[in-house]
Design a protein around this ligand. Structure first.
Ligand code: PBG
Length: 331
């Protein structure tokens, strides 16, 4: 860095004179190919249903989802993350519907991949859409989520999703050892090119509220917390530890979640490991920004600013509910 010459020979404002020069010296540019759109699909729904706590975001019925994926493909959004909203009658204590190889999600994945083979499809691995208690794993009598029993189910769930055609399996459950178990199972069963995107540094965050409404797990979860398996927001070295383990166990990509409150974590992970690192601008972040924009309290440019901050911190790609909308402004 040259700091030997000073004002007036150095005037940093010269490069801020107009947008042409600003563009030439821009260090970070968010592109539409950086974005992943989460999509909620709801079992039994016909058409589209708005999600009140996520302005502008819908749940799609089986009859409406292909249209939406086509729209996204036309906008050059190359990747989607599918989240199912399961019929409450199919939920139980063990989330057994998750390992039914003819379940709603499996059939939707097959349908989408048959129609749009080029769209990368990401599927979460966790039990929360399927359990009556809304937790990501199996609960024992005391209410503790049992790590090792859950692993077996996550392994089976992953195989079913890979078999259905998911390109990327994204364990979001935060059980210890799950990436290794899933990777072994995928290898043994011939899914050698299925990508594992690990929610490696997933914090126990209150920013997930609107998502839990969207998938119908918040009422089930009630006041119960995920703090015995998701990370405490006080910690950052621990995130590096999580990532190191997941890489060893066979993760191809790691993810930090939420996004903007955890820019330091993204930055440290990228700096330390130099592997593909994604960020999830989660439901609460999106909703806060979107609501304030709709009220006219902040300018709509805040969304791009927020997403760009994730990329600047080191994210290679970003899951965001704003993907579709913002892609219209991007290259
Ligand atoms: C489920 C899962 C959650 C999110 C993604 N996958 C919620 C949770 O862990 O309770 C949150 C996404 C968001 O808030 O947008 N394991």
């Amino acid at each position: 860095m040259t700091t030997d010459r000073k004002f007036p020979s150095t005037r940093l404002r010269r490069l801020r004179l107009n947008s042409s020069i600003q563009n030439l010296v821009a260090e970070t540019q968010l592109m539409k190919t950086d974005l992943i759109q989460p999509i909620f699909i709801k079992e039994g729904l016909k058409g589209i249903e708005q999600i009140e706590s996520l302005p502008g975001i819908n749940r799609y019925g089986s009859d409406a989802v292909l249209n939406e994926v086509e729209d996204l493909a036309n906008l050059n959004i190359g990747a989607i993350a599918i989240f199912p909203v399961i019929d409450p009658a199919k939920k139980d204590n063990h989330g057994s519907e998750a390992t039914n190889d003819n379940n709603f999600l499996v059939n939707e994945i097959k349908k989408i991949k048959a129609e749009f083979p080029e769209v990368l499809l990401i599927s979460d691995v966790a039990l929360d859409p399927y359990t009556t208690h809304g937790h990501d794993g199996i609960m024992d009598e005391s209410g503790y989520v049992d790590n090792d029993k859950t692993l077996k189910i996550l392994r089976d769930q992953s195989l079913i999703l890979a078999e259905a055609g998911a390109d990327i399996i994204a364990p979001s459950d935060m059980m210890d050892g799950r990436v290794g178990v899933i990777r072994d199972a995928l290898e043994k069963n011939g899914f050698i090119n299925t990508i594992i995107l690990s929610y490696a540094a997933k914090y126990n965050s209150q920013f997930y509220g609107p998502f839990r409404d969207a998938v119908g797990s918040s009422a089930n979860l009630g006041k119960s917390s995920k703090s015995s398996y998701q990370m405490a927001f006080t910690n950052s070295d621990e995130a590096l530890h999580e990532v190191a383990l997941d890489i060893k166990e066979g993760a191809d990509i790691v993810m930090v979640k939420p996004g903007m409150p955890y820019l330091d974590i993204i930055y440290r992970i990228k700096k330390e490991f130099k592997i593909p690192t994604f960020a999830y601008q989660v439901s609460g972040e999106y909703s806060m920004i979107k609501n304030a924009i709709e009220k006219g309290w902040i300018d709509r440019g805040v969304m791009l600013e927020s997403l760009t901050s994730l990329k600047r911190a080191g994210s290679d790609a970003i899951l965001t509910y704003a993907a579709k909308e913002i892609s219209k402004e991007l290259l």
